[in-house]
Design a protein around this ligand. Structure first.
Ligand SMILES: Cc1ncc(C[n+]2csc(CCOP(=O)(O)OP(=O)(O)O)c2C)c(N)n1
Ligand SMILES: [Mg+2]
Length: 572
């Protein structure tokens, strides 16, 4: 027992829970916590905007699986956290936000910097709390960490009025949470049924996503894929769950997926859907999706089962527990050859690969920068991306080999995510090289966080694919609005990214022609004590292919502009 105030009790509880780092921005209603931080061993990373702090905490969590923690003040500090909270909810990232609130006596009076934080964040958290009595604070914080990680991970928020932070209490280590394990229906009957369906299948596909990464199930996934000779498609959130170099790896399916991956789902007779949610970017029109497939859908979150597609077998379970169970149940069955199915997939891969052409004297192709970056780093990098064309190219062209080496904003599609998330990842994993592959539009949303990276000596590297535009928006305007451009220019006046980086304490580099790409990357790789922005002037007219029209059928994978024209001519 010790005499502490609420703020000190908060930090003692965080320490007890193993928190080593928090990200945040201070302010009036959270001053007691920031005062207590001075004496605490917990590291505080001072961001330049609360949105940045929130994404840093997400990057920290996504790179490690540990819970990210973010602090902000009341009012605007809390409202600035709404985007990262919603982003973490969409991508199932464990995050604990602690916000200062005006004193209990003035709540509800429109006090200075008062916002109804609990009401505002109800829809973008798994749970949230207003701490009204200092005696409850530590228990609530423990509960918050439990809720953030139990079952399907996600964000939570604890709002602490300033007087509660200052109130004294006798602090005891809090009791552990009573929150029980999530329910599961995984039993021998369900497992038997899954094995029976797998035994029957001629053309099965493992359709896997972020749930594999959250659950740490990559090894079990690989074991099952090899034992049963089942090809694997990895969604945008699941990239890295299965090595792209593996002969059974098909890559990403869906709107900008690889032809073989998208079409494998369409022609499969069994989908083993594990830790995925039949997102519209994967399924296209759900009523035309995988028409001949039986579905086994496994998710820790019961609400996902049957939400979009009614499965033949619904399994509420942790992805890893299910896959390990299936591997054990597989016993000494012989591995099927699936000769015809795997041969068909090989043909699709050979006939309809990802492709682009880098002319030696033409503009730099963004895909070329990504491939060169992979070649020169050996691929042993944590890659973080923003949202747009560059994100799709990074996901398509990077060859992932490990889980937690691909960090992006999948569900919400939050521009400005990459730089702060990269900082969070680098703070969490200082020994891993961390590269953000960012777009110029995204970068302009949170680029002030370069100051955080410089001040914290966090040497992230940013490969800025500078096409002068909101390229993804431009692509849609060109394809679906007869080429009419509207509000897409982010390159005029042309930002001096090299000068900008320097002025914010970083190194700036630039490549304008293709021969400069490798030397610029090599130069960036030599710098390890300072953040680097390497800007690549890339072809503004490049489009992301393949493409399935929004809401269209995955039977219509368009490989390039010719296919689109043919499709429009036939009255699509
Ligand atoms: C916060 C936010 N605002 C708007 C959008 C809509 N949007 C999606 S992609 C995109 C363009 C991204 O531009 P850039 O970062 O330059 O990437 P590029 O597509 O050019 O590679 C926009 C505006 C979004 N996803 N997020
Ligand atoms: Mg751009």
């Amino acid at each position: 027992m010790a005499k502490l105030n609420g703020a000190e009790a908060l930090l003692a509880t965080l320490e007890m829970l193993g928190v080593d780092t928090v990200f945040g921005v201070p302010g009036g209603a959270i001053l007691p916590v920031y005062d207590a931080l001075i004496k605490s061993p917990v590291r505080h990373v001072a961001a330049r905007h609360e949105q940045g702090a929130g994404h840093m905490a997400e990057g920290y969590a996504m790179a490690t699986g540990r819970t990210g923690v973010v602090f902000s003040t009341s009012g605007p500090g809390a409202t600035n956290l709404v985007t990262p909270l919603m982003n973490a909810l969409a991508d199932s990232t464990p995050l604990v936000a602690v916000t200062g609130q005006v004193a209990t006596g003035v709540i509800g009076t429109n006090a200075f910097q008062e916002a109804p934080t609990v009401a505002l964040t109800r829809a973008c958290t798994k749970a949230n709390w207003l701490v009204e009595d200092v005696e409850d604070l530590a228990d609530i914080v423990v509960e918050a960490f439990t809720v953030a990680t139990k079952g399907r991970p996600g964000p939570v928020l604890v709002d602490i009025p300033k007087d509660v932070q200052s109130a004294e209490l006798d602090w005891y280590p809090p009791r552990t949470s009573r929150n029980s394990d999530p329910s599961s229906n995984l039993d021998s009957r369900v497992m038997g049924q899954a094995l029976e369906m797998l035994d029957r299948a001629q053309s099965p596909v493992l359709y896997v996503g972020g749930g594999i990464i959250s659950s740490g199930a990559s090894i079990a996934l690989r074991r099952l894929a090899e034992l049963a000779n089942v090809p694997v498609v990895t969604t945008l959130m699941g990239r890295g769950a299965f090595p792209d170099s593996h002969p059974l790896a098909l890559g990403m399916p869906g709107m900008h997926g690889v032809y073989a991956a998208t079409t494998a789902l369409q022609r499969a007779d069994l989908l083993l859907a594990v830790g995925v949610r039949f997102d519209d970017r994967v399924t296209g029109n759900p009523s035309a999706f995988a028409p001949g497939a039986e579905v086994i859908h496994v998710d820790i979150d019961e609400r996902e089962l049957g939400k979009i597609r009614k499965p033949e077998l619904a399994v509420v379970a942790d992805a890893g527990e299910f896959l390990v169970g299936l591997v054990e149940g597989y016993g000494d069955r012989p591995t099927p050859t699936r000769r015809e199915w795997l041969e068909t997939l090989r043909e699709w891969r050979r006939d309809k690969p990802l492709s682009y052409t880098q002319a030696p004297d033409g503009p730099i192709k963004p895909q070329f920068v990504i491939e060169e970056l992979h070649r020169l780093t050996g691929g042993d990098v944590v890659v973080v991306s923003g949202v747009g064309q560059h994100q799709m190219w990074a996901s398509q062209y990077w060859r992932f080999s490990e889980p937690r080496t691909w960090i992006n904003s999948g569900g919400l599609g939050t521009m400005g995510f990459a730089l702060p998330a990269a900082i969070g990842a680098k703070v969490a994993r200082p020994d891993s090289p961390v590269w953000a592959i960012d777009g110029d539009g995204c970068f302009q949303m949170t680029m002030q966080e370069l100051l955080t990276a410089a001040a914290e000596r966090t040497p992230v590297k940013i490969a800025l694919l500078d096409n002068g535009h909101y390229g993804m928006v431009k692509q849609w305007q060109e394809l679906f609005y007869e080429g009419r451009h509207s509000a897409i220019d982010v390159g005029r006046p042309a930002p001096d990214y090299v000068g900008l980086a320097r002025s914010l304490g970083c190194v700036g580099l630039r490549a304008d022609v293709s021969e400069q790409v490798a030397p610029v990357i090599e130069r960036a790789l030599e710098i390890d004590d300072c953040p680097v922005v390497a800007a690549f002037t890339v072809d503004p007219d490049e489009h992301v292919w393949p493409m399935v029209m929004a809401g269209g059928s995955n039977d219509e994978v368009l490989m390039g502009p010719e296919d689109l024209r043919a499709n429009l001519d036939s009255g699509f």
